[in-house]
Design a protein around this ligand. Structure first.
Ligand code: NIG
Ligand code: FE
Length: 405
């Protein structure tokens, strides 16, 4: 079945033109894929469609990609937010056994169905804004069975909702209380779980939190060695609160991405550029922790490091459920241009997940796209608290209109 979508204003995010702009464009969708993308009048005569859909000049972009989330967890951290407002720091709360560990307890207590219900509700918020691919990390279970439970919930989101899910194992997120004072033993344990997670089809990539309140560079290196020997790509929470040299370490392992990066050094930037590691910027966490040191965007830009953008949705540092809001925050807080921000949630978001089949509107790629009540995508970087997504297509199939406002 081939359907031709005509009379759209296309921001393809592909090719040389700014935004990959096509003023009067058309998309030919064949099954799950885009068979042809271009100017309306340039449609080759030989490309017959079974059906035509008139888009009436509406703006069309690729489906959005949220390449860094922690969507599966129990409870919330609203009380911790109040503590921080009274002066406690994120690190101090974590050291006192709160923070990630309090979410750990709530997640362990939650059933698979409860976790699915809460994570699916969050995923629907992202879907409403035209998101068609979501990365979901584990990291709030921290035993083999609990991590499998959370990764299984991530997989179930991908099966039951019209969205692609990439599941990342982040067992190296925090030290579980059972391993107090024995962090190297915990690293041994999580390395031992990996082949079984992989054999169960639960994991697409491996991540770690390399930080003074997380895992050391030496421990991260052990985890990365194990992951890469299994053929699993790696990513890293790097340089969020301090410079641990994590980004350069990740680059040495050919990491898909290094994420956060507020404290990234010039050495880290150069290593990422040489390795082609994507910088995933997370303005929601920067904002919510009231950080004052933004990531070195100008240095990343000059070095040609691709920049992606994500919600980092999690209960502790970024309870954000709007990727559109991140477009605005990346521009206002990090001084990205609107086009850079959009590349961050499309083409570079795909690259941060190692996915070459999406993130742009081009022949041969997945037919994941969104239709907007807007003249130009820069408007979504400009406004905030507003969702003009009206329709979206996932693998060539229109998602229920009720999912959109
Ligand atoms: O990406 N930095 C570590 N992980 C999360 C925070 C997790 C939490 O506080 O629950 C992040 O910011
Ligand atoms: Fe994160």
């Amino acid at each position: 079945m081939r359907t031709l979508y005509r009379h759209a204003r296309l921001a393809t995010m592909a090719g040389e033109l700014p935004w990959g702009w096509v003023e009067r464009g058309a998309l030919l969708v064949d099954g799950e894929q885009l068979a042809w993308v271009g100017a309306d009048e340039a449609l080759p005569a030989g490309l017959a469609a079974d059906a035509e859909v008139e888009l009436g000049g509406a703006l069309v972009t690729p489906g959005l990609i949220d390449c860094h989330t922690h969507l599966v967890y129990g409870g919330d951290r609203a009380a911790e937010f109040e503590l921080r407002l009274r002066g406690a720091s994120y690190e101090a709360i974590a050291r006192a056994g709160g923070g990630i560990r309090s979410t750990l307890a709530a997640t362990r207590h939650a059933s698979e169905d409860q976790l699915f219900a809460s994570a699916a509700a969050r995923a629907r918020c992202l879907i409403a804004e035209g998101v068609t691919t979501i990365e979901i990390k584990s990291g709030y279970g921290l035993t083999e069975a609990q991590e499998a439970k959370c990764l299984g919930v991530a997989r179930r989101i991908g099966r039951e909702l019209p969205v692609s899910v990439r599941a990342t194992s982040l067992a190296a997120h925090a030290l579980p209380p059972e391993f107090e004072g024995r962090s190297d033993d915990y690293v041994d344990a999580l390395i031992d779980w990996l082949p079984r997670q992989q054999a169960a089809g639960l994991v697409d990539a491996v991540d770690a939190f390399c930080e003074t309140i997380g895992f050391t560079p030496a421990q991260t290196e052990r985890i990365f060695t194990a992951a890469t020997s299994l053929g699993l790509p790696v990513k890293l929470h790097a340089e969020q609160l301090s410079d641990q040299g994590g980004a350069a370490l990740a680059a040495r392992f050919g990491a898909l991405s290094a994420d956060h990066l507020e404290h990234l050094s010039a050495t880290g930037v150069a290593a990422m550029a040489a390795a082609g590691t994507v910088a995933v910027l997370l303005p929601g966490a920067y904002y919510f922790l009231r950080d004052t040191q933004p990531p070195p965007v100008q240095a990343l830009r000059e070095a040609g490091v691709p920049m992606a953008l994500a919600t980092d949705h999690n209960p502790g540092t970024s309870p954000a459920l709007s990727l559109l809001l991140m477009l605005n925050m990346a521009c206002t807080l990090f001084r990205l241009t609107p086009e850079e921000a959009w590349r961050g949630v499309t083409v570079n978001g795909a690259r941060a997940l190692g996915l070459a089949d999406r993130g742009r509107l081009a022949a041969g790629l997945r037919a994941d796209f969104a239709v907007w009540d807007a003249e130009h995508p820069r408007e979504m970087a400009y406004r905030f608290g507003h969702n003009p997504c009206r329709r979206s297509f996932f693998g060539g199939i229109e998602r229920p209109r009720a999912l959109h406002p």
